[in-house]
Ligand binder design. Sequence first.
Ligand code: DO4
Ligand code: MG
Length: 285
Amino acid sequence: MKICRFIKGNEDVRIGLVTDNSTIIDLTSTGITTLQPLLEAEDGVARLQALAKNSLPRVPLSDLRLCAPVERQEVWAAGVTYLRSKTARMEESDFSASAYDRVYAAERPEIFFKSLPEKVVPTGEPVGIRRDARWNVPEPELALVINSHGKIVGHTIGNDMSSRDIEGENLLYLPQAKTYHRSCALGPWITLGTPEAAARDWKIKIEIQRNGESVFGGETSVGQIKRGFEELTCFLFRSQVFPHGAVLLTGTGIVPPDTFTLQERDVVTIEISGIGTLQNSVTMV
Ligand code: DO4
Ligand code: MG
């Protein structure tokens, strides 16, 4: 079951049920106008399954604009959860290298604040590269959608845009490398109700195009994530409250070669097999 936030013309944001990759069912007439009650409800998926049987208005995806699938949730991110991420980061940094090595093996994961919901970029809109950075990369990541009780209720696709030279210069610069204008994309929608064991079979793919040509491609599997989803969620919720729920990116397992940096107008396409495709062009911010 996939749910999205969308806008048609000049109307307000609506909630839709994605039936296939070309049509959505508009849930407005059922009284569902925000995601939060569905994410909080015990029977959210069952409710949607029942609604899908009714004859409700359908809208072609080509007639609407998808919004980022977050409302009031803070967006956080876990890091160094794949061996590939640990190795790449140790190589990019002289004096912080052991920090990555240690956190990969430590009981406590790396978790950092990534974005306010209103700053999240949806599919179809540009993600940013910092003008004061010279080495910028996308990080394709599975994102957990977690309700206010700490329950993982859905999954979406995240792009944890990062400035590797800023992070590599000094780990204390991490917030600047990770959190800036247009540094987080989420979308295209939320897949609800997939158990972790099934989500671990999903493939994550990325392709970066420049002037219509592919300049980087990579693939990994969600199953390569070292830590359990519950484990990451429990750490996020330790001594912390999320009255509106939270979104947690789970780390990257695909790192382009060190010679690669994003350029303006590149197009980043991230696909996760159980979810869909998040596509963003790149702009300088
Ligand atoms: O330690 C820095 C960030 C790590 C990260 O974002 C990742 O592994 O995806
Ligand atoms: Mg990341």
